[in-house]
Design a protein around this ligand. Structure first.
Ligand SMILES: NC(=O)c1ccc[n+]([C@@H]2O[C@H](COP(=O)([O-])OP(=O)(O)OC[C@H]3O[C@@H](n4cnc5c(N)ncnc54)[C@H](O)[C@@H]3O)[C@@H](O)[C@H]2O)c1
Length: 248
Protein backbone atom coordinates (compact mmCIF):
# COMPACT_ATOMS: atom_id res chain seq x y z
CA UNK A 1 0.00 0.00 0.00
CA UNK A 2 2.34 2.68 -1.29
CA UNK A 3 -0.21 5.52 -0.90
CA UNK A 4 -1.60 4.77 2.58
CA UNK A 5 -2.61 8.10 4.16
CA UNK A 6 -1.84 10.08 0.99
CA UNK A 7 -4.14 12.44 -0.88
CA UNK A 8 -4.04 12.62 -4.68
CA UNK A 9 -5.67 14.78 -7.34
CA UNK A 10 -6.17 13.25 -10.80
CA UNK A 11 -7.33 15.60 -13.56
CA UNK A 12 -9.27 14.13 -16.44
CA UNK A 13 -9.98 11.36 -13.95
CA UNK A 14 -13.51 10.49 -15.09
CA UNK A 15 -12.56 8.09 -17.88
CA UNK A 16 -9.72 6.61 -19.93
CA UNK A 17 -6.26 6.58 -18.40
CA UNK A 18 -7.27 9.05 -15.68
CA UNK A 19 -9.88 6.59 -14.40
CA UNK A 20 -7.24 3.82 -14.35
CA UNK A 21 -4.92 6.07 -12.31
CA UNK A 22 -7.78 6.78 -9.87
CA UNK A 23 -8.46 3.05 -9.42
CA UNK A 24 -4.75 2.31 -9.00
CA UNK A 25 -4.24 5.01 -6.40
CA UNK A 26 -7.32 3.98 -4.41
CA UNK A 27 -6.22 0.33 -4.51
CA UNK A 28 -2.92 1.36 -2.92
CA UNK A 29 -4.52 3.31 -0.08
CA UNK A 30 -4.85 6.89 -1.39
CA UNK A 31 -7.79 9.23 -0.92
CA UNK A 32 -8.41 10.58 -4.41
CA UNK A 33 -10.04 13.68 -5.86
CA UNK A 34 -11.37 12.81 -9.30
CA UNK A 35 -11.43 16.05 -11.30
CA UNK A 36 -13.00 16.43 -14.71
CA UNK A 37 -15.64 18.20 -16.78
CA UNK A 38 -17.55 14.93 -17.40
CA UNK A 39 -19.70 15.11 -14.27
CA UNK A 40 -21.75 11.98 -14.77
CA UNK A 41 -18.78 9.68 -15.44
CA UNK A 42 -16.76 11.32 -12.67
CA UNK A 43 -19.54 10.98 -10.07
CA UNK A 44 -20.10 7.35 -11.05
CA UNK A 45 -16.42 6.45 -10.74
CA UNK A 46 -15.93 8.29 -7.43
CA UNK A 47 -19.15 6.70 -6.14
CA UNK A 48 -17.49 3.26 -6.39
CA UNK A 49 -15.01 4.13 -3.63
CA UNK A 50 -15.51 5.66 -0.17
CA UNK A 51 -11.97 7.09 -0.53
CA UNK A 52 -12.78 9.09 -3.68
CA UNK A 53 -14.64 12.36 -4.34
CA UNK A 54 -15.61 13.92 -7.64
CA UNK A 55 -15.02 17.63 -8.32
CA UNK A 56 -16.03 19.52 -11.43
CA UNK A 57 -12.80 21.15 -12.65
CA UNK A 58 -12.08 22.64 -16.03
CA UNK A 59 -8.28 22.68 -15.80
CA UNK A 60 -8.11 25.97 -17.75
CA UNK A 61 -10.00 27.78 -14.97
CA UNK A 62 -7.54 29.27 -12.47
CA UNK A 63 -10.15 30.34 -9.90
CA UNK A 64 -11.77 26.92 -9.99
CA UNK A 65 -8.38 25.25 -9.39
CA UNK A 66 -7.98 27.29 -6.18
CA UNK A 67 -11.51 26.46 -5.02
CA UNK A 68 -11.14 22.74 -5.76
CA UNK A 69 -7.77 22.43 -4.00
CA UNK A 70 -9.22 24.22 -0.93
CA UNK A 71 -12.22 21.86 -0.90
CA UNK A 72 -10.01 18.78 -1.36
CA UNK A 73 -7.72 19.85 1.48
CA UNK A 74 -10.71 20.47 3.78
CA UNK A 75 -12.38 17.16 2.91
CA UNK A 76 -9.47 14.76 2.40
CA UNK A 77 -6.34 16.52 3.72
CA UNK A 78 -3.25 18.18 2.18
CA UNK A 79 -2.43 17.15 -1.37
CA UNK A 80 0.57 14.80 -1.67
CA UNK A 81 0.21 13.82 -5.32
CA UNK A 82 -0.97 15.66 -8.43
CA UNK A 83 -1.50 13.78 -11.68
CA UNK A 84 -1.97 16.30 -14.51
CA UNK A 85 -3.67 13.90 -16.93
CA UNK A 86 -6.50 15.93 -18.54
CA UNK A 87 -5.97 16.40 -22.24
CA UNK A 88 -7.65 16.94 -25.58
CA UNK A 89 -6.63 16.03 -29.10
CA UNK A 90 -7.84 17.87 -32.20
CA UNK A 91 -6.09 16.78 -35.35
CA UNK A 92 -4.93 19.35 -37.89
CA UNK A 93 -1.78 20.12 -39.84
CA UNK A 94 0.05 23.42 -39.53
CA UNK A 95 -1.96 24.67 -42.51
CA UNK A 96 -5.31 23.22 -41.51
CA UNK A 97 -5.53 23.75 -37.77
CA UNK A 98 -7.42 26.89 -36.85
CA UNK A 99 -5.62 29.28 -34.49
CA UNK A 100 -8.58 28.89 -32.12
CA UNK A 101 -8.13 25.10 -31.97
CA UNK A 102 -4.36 25.49 -31.57
CA UNK A 103 -4.85 27.87 -28.62
CA UNK A 104 -7.53 25.67 -27.05
CA UNK A 105 -5.26 22.59 -27.14
CA UNK A 106 -2.42 24.52 -25.50
CA UNK A 107 -4.84 25.93 -22.95
CA UNK A 108 -6.08 22.52 -21.79
CA UNK A 109 -2.96 20.36 -22.22
CA UNK A 110 -0.24 22.82 -21.24
CA UNK A 111 -1.72 25.77 -19.35
CA UNK A 112 -4.02 23.37 -17.46
CA UNK A 113 -1.02 21.40 -16.18
CA UNK A 114 0.78 24.65 -15.30
CA UNK A 115 -2.23 25.86 -13.30
CA UNK A 116 -2.38 22.56 -11.42
CA UNK A 117 1.26 22.84 -10.36
CA UNK A 118 0.95 26.58 -9.66
CA UNK A 119 -1.94 25.86 -7.30
CA UNK A 120 -0.71 22.80 -5.37
CA UNK A 121 3.06 23.39 -5.17
CA UNK A 122 3.00 26.10 -2.45
CA UNK A 123 1.28 23.69 -0.05
CA UNK A 124 3.64 20.85 -0.95
CA UNK A 125 6.61 23.18 -0.43
CA UNK A 126 5.32 24.13 3.06
CA UNK A 127 5.06 20.45 3.98
CA UNK A 128 8.41 19.55 2.39
CA UNK A 129 7.18 16.75 0.16
CA UNK A 130 5.04 16.00 -2.85
CA UNK A 131 5.06 14.41 -6.29
CA UNK A 132 3.66 15.66 -9.59
CA UNK A 133 3.24 13.48 -12.66
CA UNK A 134 2.56 15.38 -15.88
CA UNK A 135 1.09 13.31 -18.68
CA UNK A 136 2.76 14.21 -21.97
CA UNK A 137 2.85 11.74 -24.88
CA UNK A 138 5.15 9.83 -27.18
CA UNK A 139 4.39 12.76 -29.49
CA UNK A 140 6.12 14.94 -26.89
CA UNK A 141 9.35 13.20 -27.98
CA UNK A 142 8.95 13.21 -31.78
CA UNK A 143 7.05 14.98 -34.51
CA UNK A 144 3.67 13.62 -35.60
CA UNK A 145 2.01 14.65 -38.85
CA UNK A 146 -1.40 16.29 -38.71
CA UNK A 147 -1.47 17.17 -35.01
CA UNK A 148 0.51 20.39 -34.73
CA UNK A 149 -1.27 21.79 -31.68
CA UNK A 150 -1.24 18.49 -29.81
CA UNK A 151 2.47 17.90 -30.48
CA UNK A 152 3.31 21.47 -29.43
CA UNK A 153 1.35 21.05 -26.20
CA UNK A 154 3.01 17.74 -25.31
CA UNK A 155 6.55 19.03 -26.00
CA UNK A 156 5.54 21.96 -23.80
CA UNK A 157 4.52 19.63 -20.98
CA UNK A 158 7.85 17.81 -21.24
CA UNK A 159 9.88 21.04 -21.09
CA UNK A 160 7.74 22.61 -18.37
CA UNK A 161 8.24 19.49 -16.25
CA UNK A 162 12.02 19.94 -16.30
CA UNK A 163 11.81 23.67 -15.56
CA UNK A 164 9.41 23.06 -12.67
CA UNK A 165 11.54 20.21 -11.27
CA UNK A 166 14.51 22.61 -11.16
CA UNK A 167 12.37 25.32 -9.54
CA UNK A 168 11.46 22.83 -6.80
CA UNK A 169 15.07 21.73 -6.20
CA UNK A 170 15.78 20.93 -2.58
CA UNK A 171 12.14 21.17 -1.49
CA UNK A 172 11.35 17.44 -1.37
CA UNK A 173 9.02 17.79 -4.34
CA UNK A 174 9.61 15.64 -7.45
CA UNK A 175 8.09 16.37 -10.87
CA UNK A 176 8.28 13.96 -13.81
CA UNK A 177 6.59 13.45 -17.17
CA UNK A 178 5.07 10.26 -18.59
CA UNK A 179 4.89 9.65 -22.34
CA UNK A 180 2.27 7.10 -23.38
CA UNK A 181 2.13 5.68 -26.90
CA UNK A 182 -1.20 4.55 -28.34
CA UNK A 183 -3.39 3.48 -25.41
CA UNK A 184 -6.85 1.89 -25.40
CA UNK A 185 -9.01 4.85 -24.28
CA UNK A 186 -11.68 6.94 -26.02
CA UNK A 187 -8.83 9.14 -27.32
CA UNK A 188 -6.41 6.35 -28.28
CA UNK A 189 -8.99 4.14 -29.96
CA UNK A 190 -9.37 6.81 -32.63
CA UNK A 191 -5.78 6.08 -33.74
CA UNK A 192 -5.06 3.84 -36.74
CA UNK A 193 -3.65 0.34 -35.92
CA UNK A 194 -0.87 1.26 -38.41
CA UNK A 195 0.55 3.43 -35.65
CA UNK A 196 1.47 0.51 -33.42
CA UNK A 197 1.81 -2.32 -35.99
CA UNK A 198 5.56 -1.67 -36.44
CA UNK A 199 6.43 -1.12 -32.79
CA UNK A 200 8.73 -3.55 -30.95
CA UNK A 201 5.63 -4.36 -28.86
CA UNK A 202 3.16 -4.44 -31.77
CA UNK A 203 -0.13 -3.80 -30.04
CA UNK A 204 -2.17 -1.04 -28.45
CA UNK A 205 -1.29 -0.31 -24.81
CA UNK A 206 -3.68 -0.76 -21.90
CA UNK A 207 -4.43 2.09 -19.46
CA UNK A 208 -3.12 -0.02 -16.53
CA UNK A 209 0.29 -0.24 -18.18
CA UNK A 210 0.53 3.55 -17.92
CA UNK A 211 -0.95 3.59 -14.42
CA UNK A 212 1.90 1.39 -13.17
CA UNK A 213 4.42 4.00 -14.34
CA UNK A 214 2.39 6.92 -12.95
CA UNK A 215 2.12 5.22 -9.55
CA UNK A 216 5.85 4.44 -9.46
CA UNK A 217 6.71 8.10 -10.12
CA UNK A 218 4.12 9.36 -7.63
CA UNK A 219 5.39 7.28 -4.70
CA UNK A 220 8.60 7.07 -2.69
CA UNK A 221 9.92 4.20 -4.86
CA UNK A 222 10.94 7.02 -7.23
CA UNK A 223 12.66 9.02 -4.45
CA UNK A 224 15.78 9.75 -6.56
CA UNK A 225 13.87 10.62 -9.74
CA UNK A 226 12.85 14.12 -10.80
CA UNK A 227 12.67 16.06 -14.06
CA UNK A 228 12.68 12.76 -15.96
CA UNK A 229 10.69 11.63 -18.99
CA UNK A 230 9.26 8.10 -18.93
CA UNK A 231 8.04 6.35 -22.06
CA UNK A 232 5.23 3.79 -21.93
CA UNK A 233 4.95 3.42 -25.68
CA UNK A 234 5.73 -0.18 -26.70
CA UNK A 235 8.94 1.14 -28.23
CA UNK A 236 7.05 3.37 -30.70
CA UNK A 237 9.60 6.17 -30.55
CA UNK A 238 12.76 4.11 -31.23
CA UNK A 239 11.86 3.25 -34.82
CA UNK A 240 10.13 0.64 -36.97
CA UNK A 241 10.69 -3.01 -36.02
CA UNK A 242 10.70 -5.95 -38.43
CA UNK A 243 8.46 -8.56 -36.84
CA UNK A 244 9.26 -12.20 -37.46
CA UNK A 245 6.74 -13.80 -35.10
CA UNK A 246 3.26 -13.19 -33.79
CA UNK A 247 2.12 -10.43 -31.45
CA UNK A 248 3.46 -10.12 -27.90
N1 LIG B 1 -4.85 7.50 -25.45
C1 LIG B 1 -3.69 7.73 -26.01
O1 LIG B 1 -3.32 7.04 -26.96
C2 LIG B 1 -2.76 8.79 -25.45
C3 LIG B 1 -1.42 8.76 -25.87
C4 LIG B 1 -0.54 9.68 -25.35
C5 LIG B 1 -0.96 10.61 -24.41
N2 LIG B 1 -2.28 10.63 -24.03
C6 LIG B 1 -2.64 11.60 -23.01
O2 LIG B 1 -3.12 10.93 -21.86
C7 LIG B 1 -4.06 11.75 -21.17
C8 LIG B 1 -5.35 10.97 -20.94
O3 LIG B 1 -5.91 10.70 -22.21
P1 LIG B 1 -6.96 9.52 -22.50
O4 LIG B 1 -6.42 8.75 -23.61
O5 LIG B 1 -7.36 8.85 -21.24
O6 LIG B 1 -8.13 10.42 -23.12
P2 LIG B 1 -9.68 10.54 -22.77
O7 LIG B 1 -10.22 11.47 -23.79
O8 LIG B 1 -10.29 9.22 -22.59
O9 LIG B 1 -9.65 11.25 -21.34
C9 LIG B 1 -9.27 12.58 -21.18
C10 LIG B 1 -10.03 13.14 -19.99
O10 LIG B 1 -9.66 14.52 -19.84
C11 LIG B 1 -10.85 15.23 -19.59
N3 LIG B 1 -10.72 16.63 -19.97
C12 LIG B 1 -10.66 17.15 -21.22
N4 LIG B 1 -10.62 18.49 -21.16
C13 LIG B 1 -10.65 18.83 -19.85
C14 LIG B 1 -10.62 20.06 -19.15
N5 LIG B 1 -10.58 21.23 -19.79
N6 LIG B 1 -10.64 20.03 -17.80
C15 LIG B 1 -10.70 18.85 -17.14
N7 LIG B 1 -10.74 17.65 -17.74
C16 LIG B 1 -10.71 17.65 -19.08
C17 LIG B 1 -11.90 14.52 -20.43
O11 LIG B 1 -13.21 14.88 -20.03
C18 LIG B 1 -11.55 13.07 -20.21
O12 LIG B 1 -12.18 12.54 -19.06
C19 LIG B 1 -4.23 13.00 -22.03
O13 LIG B 1 -3.39 14.02 -21.54
C20 LIG B 1 -3.76 12.54 -23.40
O14 LIG B 1 -3.31 13.61 -24.18
C21 LIG B 1 -3.17 9.75 -24.53
Amino acid sequence: MRFEGKVAIVTGGARGMGAAHVRGLVAEGARVAVCDVLDEEGETLAGEFPQARYHHLDVTDEARWRAVVRTVEDALGPVDVLVNNAGIMHRGSVEEQSPEDFRRILDVNLVGAFLGMHTVLPGMRDRGHGAVVNVSSATGMTGFAGSVGYVASKWGVRGMTKAAALDMAGTGIRINSVHPGVIRTPMGEAASPELFAHQPVPRIGEPDEVTRMVLFLACDDASYTTGGEFLVDGGQTIGHARHTSGQR
